[in-house]
Design a protein around this ligand. Structure first.
Ligand code: CP
Ligand code: NVA
Length: 305
């Protein structure tokens, strides 16, 4: 059987994704009550290629492999042959001979697809310019833990139509919730990704209108990795799109706030938003570990319960 890859959420069915969310919660609860005693990946190796910076993604994948009894290998272009021009597909074929799975954080989504096409072991997207599906596993897991089933609920994305926004769109489609996207003109998500989600997704311009009656609000930095030179222009263009406590007050009384982090206080969020009890961002960050354990286990061993 050829390897299953996780390049976007759409690589898995709705049933498989629902399984991963519940499995992440089970794995988390077992860790909290029994400690890291579950070691299904003894002697297995995950190669982690990072062409962009990371705190949460690196630590969560590395810790997941350690707690599962396996090993994670950090690789950067600076000190591998990738940085000296060895073709992506050649690197992929070599790693397939040695490791059990590969996780990649890179710029070009097409480059990731090239790598995956040449790989005979599972490849996981740990963020590209276009998608960040692993983050959405943790985000939907957090929303589910806090509020139960997300089907039919309404989430709001405020800010840039970026990689995170694209994965929120895919999540709306697969998990069956509604997504209002509120971006300034010129920063909409990709039209083909929006269209694929059909009636699940609407685009609005007014943050107050978007947040009224919502169940969850989320945002992200205005300038993503690789867009640092646009920071000043983006700060001007996103004026009026900051998420504040007052904006959350327009949402439902039990609404939650998520942010993938890192956050820029005073830009996309107010200085104090992360201290608001509606913000569950630390739980969200911690859930990267548990949700990705469920993902790695699924890709390597299949469903286990
Ligand atoms: N949210 C997220 O992916 O964080 P890192 O960039 O720190 O991995
Ligand atoms: N949109 C952000 C997400 C960081 C986790 C970026 O790509 O930099």
């Amino acid at each position: 059987m050829s390897a299953r890859h996780f390049l976007t959420l759409l690589d898995l069915s709705a049933d498989e994704l629902a399984y991963l969310i519940q499995r992440g919660i089970t794995i988390k609860n077992r860790l909290k009550t029994q400690g890291p005693t579950y070691t299904p990946l003894a002697n297995r190796t995950l190669a982690m290629i990072f062409e962009k910076s990371s705190t949460r993604t690196r630590v969560s994948f590395e810790t997941a492999m350690t707690q599962f009894g396996g090993h994670a290998l950090f690789l950067s272009p600076r000190d591998t042959q990738l940085g000296r021009g060895e073709p992506i597909a050649d690197t992929s074929r070599v790693l397939s001979e040695m490791v059990d799975a590969v996780m990649i954080r890179t710029f070009s989504h097409e480059g990731l697809e090239t790598f995956a096409a040449a790989s005979s072991v599972p490849v996981i997207n740990a963020l590209t310019d276009d998608y960040h599906p692993c983050q959405l596993l943790a985000d939907v897991m957090t929303w589910t833990e806090c509020r139960g089933s997300v089907a039919g609920k309404t989430a709001v994305w405020i800010g840039d139509g970026n990689n995170m926004c694209h994965s929120w769109i895919n999540a709306a489609l697969r998990f069956g919730f509604n997504l209002r996207i509120c971006c300034p003109e010129g920063y909409d998500p990709r039209a083909d990704i929006v269209e694929a989600a059909g009636e699940r997704v609407t685009i609005l311009r007014d943050p107050v209108e978007a947040c009224t009656g919502a169940d969850l609000i989320t945002t992200d930095v205005w300038a993503s990795m690789g867009q640092e030179e646009e920071q000043a222009k983006r700060e001007r263009d996103f004026d009026g799109f900051q998420v504040t406590e007052a904006l959350l007050d327009r949402a439902n009384a039990d609404a939650l706030f998520l942010h993938c982090l890192p956050a820029h206080r005073g830009e996309e969020i107010s200085e104090t938003l992360l201290e608001d009890p509606r913000a569950v961002v630390w739980q969200e960050a911690g859930n990267r570990l548990h949700a990705q354990k469920a993902l790695i286990e699924f890709l390597l061993l299949g469903k286990v319960d």
